[in-house]
Structure formats: structure tokens, C-alpha cells
Ligand binder design. Sequence first.
Ligand SMILES: [Zn+2]
Length: 241
Amino acid sequence: MTDLLYLPDEDAVTDFEATVVEASEDSIVLDGTYFYPEGGGQPADRGTIEWDGGQASVVDVRKDHGEIHHEIDDVEGDLPEDGETATGHVDADRREAHRRMHTAQHVLSRVVLDEYDATTAGNQIHADFSRIDFEPADFDDEDLELIEARTNDVIERNLPVTKDERPRETVEANVAEGRSNLDLLPDHVEELRVVEIDNFDMCPCGGTHVDRTGEIGGIEITNRLSKGADVERIEFELREN
Ligand SMILES: [Zn+2]
């Protein structure tokens, strides 16, 4: 098992030391990592891993049975030995974009739930734009203006964003209907990482997030697509921060 060191609230850390568990031509496993593995609609981090006498680019990060595999390329020097210390450097600009995007997605999803009673059926975050599918939904231009304005209001209020682990039953008792898929989680999961935007939204999520909504800067809705009878996709970008 690799320790997910960015949990519950170390989302800002991008440089760290860890011990090599296993290294091959294509992948390095460490005892703990701040690299985010692809999942929950958020792409994997990128960056580099260095060790005594060598380094490699991290081109993808995957979770496999509790182990995090840093997929590597451009290896320089000999591979590190098991037990050797390595230094990880997460691409900080890309991480920052994902943090801002992911919290923006939570804000926008909550605005739409509150205003239109539509839930988030799926989402995909990228560093440059993101999309969310809502159901049931049928937005017109005026709706999109309202959603963008309400989302930016919450961002401007600079609300604190807390990330911690909570017992599953506490989360089940407090989460708003339409803001979680707890029934999809296996029964043995008893502790959940929760992301709470102060007095606005709370939901289970393992992604990386900002510490205050003001760090998002602002969003702009750039596109709307119909994805079936009842499903609407909204695409958005971040305003320059
Ligand atoms: Zn999330």
C-alpha cells in the first residue's frame, strides 16, 4: 500500500522525499507519494522523481490495488535500488490548475443543485477547461448566466475550504441529497475524505482542492451541449488569476 500523503489536506505540497519500494524501466513505486493518481474525474499529476545518480519524468500516475505506480520516461542514470531515498517534484502549475478547477466544479455543481435540483451525473477536470454533466437539466442562455454569476459570487466570498476524514455515518447523515454517490462505495469503507466549503457545500471527494474559494479567481461558462433527453453538459474555464 502506498501512503497517499496529500490526504486529507496537504493538497499544496509538491516537493517531497520518500523511499523506493520498487523500480522498473516503466514505473517507480514509493512508500508514500504526493502525486495524485488519475481518478474521480481528475487527471494524474505530472513531474519528476530524482535519486542519487539518476532521475526520470513522471508521465502518468495510476492506482493499482492500493499501490501508486509513477509511470516514468526519459530515465537518466541507473534505476534506484529498493530502499533508496528519492525526491518527488510534482508539476506545481498543473497541480494548482487542477486544485482551482476541482473546487470550482464543486461550487458549480452545488449552485446547479440548489437552483435547478439537477445532480452531477459526471465530470471531467482538465488544467485548461472542465466539463460537468447535469441530470435532469435543460438550460437556456439565461440559466447559464445565472449559474456563472452565482458560482462567481461564491468564489468572491472567499469561503474557507476544509478537507478532512470523517466517519461514513456522519457523512451519510449530513450530506445533501444529490451531492454524493455513497451507495456506490463498498460497505467496508468506514472513513471518507470530505471536502467542505464553509456553510455552502459538503461532499465526499478524494481530489485536490484549494484552501479558500477566492483562490479559484473566477469561472466562465464556455459551452453547453445536450447529451441526451435529460442530460446537459456545461463546459467552463478559469478566469486568469
Ligand atoms: Zn470532487
